[in-house]
Write a protein that binds this ligand. Structure first.
Ligand code: ADP
Ligand code: MG
Length: 221
């Protein structure tokens, strides 16, 4: 997806990093000054917070532009799913969200990069939580299917408008005020590199299902 212009902007993003780190460092020195009046302190706080936001955006963008190659290992899936649920719990912020985990017993091992898989699933979980301002249940399912393992994140949120469904994986496509629109394209790219895939589907009644497919290591194990 990355054209010449994309390569250039990746280079640019990289260049923005260092001065941004300097600004952020300078702001944190100022923050330690006890003599700032409240107005000045507020300004410094804004500088620090916005630096952090930009840095997050750059990280996401660079991950998309230059994802590191996967470090494939043969692993059990369950610990990865547990860790994703634990991390997703931090994203709830005051909402009442229930996580439901359904994992078929005797799942075969999978070959994947566990760190990257965790990143992908966490992004999907956070999107699922964000799709439901009033809270509710998010379901995480893992089951063997043909020659692969399917992991599904199912929500009952507002879903995706038909006009938007083809744009979900486009970089910078977002419907959120503070969204980056990079979560899904990064996740999609990571899954492809791992030899798997990522699919989006609207549920019949409401909400979305995102399916991560991973090649099974060995059907007999
Ligand atoms: P971001 O979350 O920063 O907006 P993403 O790439 O993660 O970026 O998602 C892109 C867009 O896809 C979101 O802004 C939202 O409109 C839509 N989307 C993603 N996941 C869901 C979901 N589970 N339910 C409804 N819409 C979703
Ligand atoms: Mg997202």
């Amino acid at each position: 997806r990355l054209s010449a212009l994309g390569q250039l902007s990746a280079g640019l993003a990289h260049e923005i990093r260092n001065p941004l780190a300097s600004i952020s460092g300078a702001a944190s020195i100022l923050q330690r000054n006890p003599n700032l009046d409240p107005k000045q302190a507020k300004c410094v706080e804004v500088i620090a917070a916005e630096c952090q936001r930009l840095n997050g955006l750059l990280t996401n963008f660079l991950n998309f532009a230059r994802p590191r190659p996967p470090r494939l290992q043969t692993i059990e899936l369950d610990p990865v799913l547990e860790s994703v649920l634990a991390l997703a719990g931090h994203g709830i912020r005051g909402k009442t969200v229930y996580f439901e985990k359904r994992v078929e017993p005797h799942l075969p091992s999978v070959e994947c990069d566990p760190e990257q898989l965790e990143q992908v699933l966490l992004n999907l979980m956070i999107n699922a939580i964000e799709a439901r301002p009033d809270g509710g249940t998010v379901t995480l399912i893992a089951a063997p299917e043909d020659r692969h393992i399917a992991i599904r994140v199912i929500d009952r949120g507002h879903g995706v408008a038909p006009a938007h469904i083809d744009r979900l994986f486009d970089p910078f496509f977002t419907t959120k005020e503070h969204g980056t629109g990079l979560g899904l394209p990064v996740a999609h790219q990571i899954m492809r590199q791992m030899g798997g895939s990522l699919l989006a589907q609207g549920n019949a009644d409401r909400g979305m299902t995102f399916s991560v497919n991973l090649p099974a290591k060995n059907a007999e194990t």
